[in-house]
Design a protein around this ligand. Structure first.
Ligand code: PLP
Length: 445
């Protein structure tokens, strides 16, 4: 125990010293009119994504208690987390899982999705959204993105539905709520279940109701970068008891909640083991105490930044869809237009920002064009179930021209950027203005 504590103290002291040094340098630098790439001084942020995850003494105590109890297998902590996470989101049931991927996988498994089915997915997302469809040997069908919102376009969903469509997976990307009224209206007309990918959208709200509670299920990730995290982890929310039981069985080797004491009872059909451990459950309970407060800080900072960025030509913050009442800001997303920056390519803009001490990303590539999906589709089982002609036509049928353009224009800041002081937002806007003012020289440099 002593050695562990000493190491921890050392790490914390080293981190604090590093932060103090960075701050001292930053104060001394004080920013300047010229971008760093042209010899100026950086603006730098006080907070920033490196400060994530935020570890508290309560986290350490919670995990240590589980370690010492010797009860490491899914038990009281996971069960309490499920109750509290359901309550926090206003859902009736929660099934905790090992990851967001497994939450999505179990939801599709509980619906009995399999070979021959089509699942409509958003193309602007992390690969896991489509991977779970492939894991069930179902056919992913991409519905194009609305470039202004970065979200799946409900009109494109309607156009993609066939008599084989077995589920729709909209993604609340970056924590921005999808247009659930429009999506559910399309889905209900054809009686198609909706699985919300809310992996990036903890506490986001649509019409003042949390996302993840609108569809047949809503799936969350607690992977370490997420706004609520435990290294890895996931959860399924649902208001449908039968669906909750099916998801539970799918994630737990076909066994019901009754557990060992009642003598294992088996239900369902195909299943796996993607259970959450007690360590994750305890850590999530402890981290959850800060979720609301951190969501508020991110939201206030992000809204403030949006007001400034809207004034900068060529920087177009993602538009909230009508009905979105709270964005979780796992990502702050905007479009960058090089023509307003003397033709400077996005990569150069990102480099100039990084030089200022502001980390930004160019975001996702076009998922529907990725070679690994072609590998999956051209595998023996896919060719056998769907036939060569359908696989050959897949690329054309799944063209998403709006998404292609978005993938070239997008820029993101991550959620940690929004937990610092408001002055960080001023620094970000200042850096972008500075880069724009010197864009002709930067573009040539
Ligand atoms: C949109 C989206 N869906 C699904 C996932 C999968 O979650 P996990 O990494 O917990 O498996 C993620 C995680 O990054 C995600 O961002």
């Amino acid at each position: 125990m002593k050695a562990r504590m000493d190491r921890r103290k050392f790490l914390m002291a080293a981190t604090a010293a590093g932060v103090a040094l960075t701050r001292a340098k930053s104060h001394a630098a004080g920013g300047s009119d010229k971008p760093v790439l042209l010899g100026g001084k950086p603006v730098r942020l006080k907070g920033g994504p490196k400060s994530w995850p935020i570890v508290t003494d309560a986290d350490e105590k919670a995990v240590a208690e589980v370690v010492h109890s010797g009860r490491w297998y899914r038990g009281a902590s996971v069960a309490r987390f499920e109750q509290e996470y359901a309550k926090l989101n206003g859902a009736k049931y929660c099934v905790a899982t090992s990851s967001g991927t497994s939450a999505l996988y179990a939801s599709l498994g509980a619906l009995g999705i399999g070979p021959g089915d089509e699942v409509i997915v958003a193309p602007y997302t992390f690969v896991a959204t489509v991977n779970v469809v492939l894991l069930h040997y179902a056919m992913p069908v991409f519905a194009d993105t609305d470039r202004e919102t970065f979200l799946i376009d409900p009109r494109k969903i309607e156009a993609a539905i066939t008599d084989r469509t077995a589920a729709i997976i909209p993604v609340h990307i970056g924590g921005a709520p999808c247009d659930m009224d429009a999506i559910l209206a399309v889905a209900r007309k054809r009686n198609i279940p909706v699985i919300e990918d809310a992996c990036q959208a903890h506490l986001a709200r649509y019409r003042d109701r949390n996302v993840g509670t609108w569809g047949t299920t809503g799936c969350f990730s607690f992977q370490v970068s997420k706004n609520l995290c435990s290294g890895e982890g996931g959860a399924i929310l649902t208001n449908d008891e039968e669906m909750a039981n099916k998801c539970f069985a799918f994630h737990n080797c076909c066994r019901t909640r009754a557990g060992a004491k009642a003598g294992f009872r088996y239900t369902g059909g195909r299943s796996t083991n993607v259970r959450m451990t007690e360590f994750q459950g305890a850590l999530l309970l402890s981290q959850m105490a800060h979720l609301e407060e951190r969501a508020r800080i991110r939201s206030e900072n992000a809204d403030y930044l949006t007001r400034m960025l809207r004034e900068i030509p060529g920087i177009i913050p993602a538009r909230a869809c009508e009905g979105a009442t709270r964005n979780a800001y796992h990502l702050y997303m905007f479009r960058y237009q090089p023509e307003q920056f003397a033709g400077m390519p996005r990569a150069k803009f990102l480099k100039a920002l990084a030089a200022e001490g502001i980390h930004a990303s160019g975001g996702y590539g076009p998922l529907n064009k990725m070679e690994y999906i072609q590998h999956a589709l051209n595998s023996r089982p896919y060719l056998r179930v769907y036939g060569k002609a359908a696989i050959e036509q897949w690329r054309e049928r799944n063209a998403c021209p709006e998404n292609d353009k978005l993938c070239e224009e997008a820029v993101w800041f991550s959620q940690g950027t929004f937990l610092g002081p408001r002055s960080d937002m001023d620094r970000i806007a200042e850096a972008i203005r500075k880069i724009q003012a010197h864009a002709p020289q930067l573009a040539k440099a």
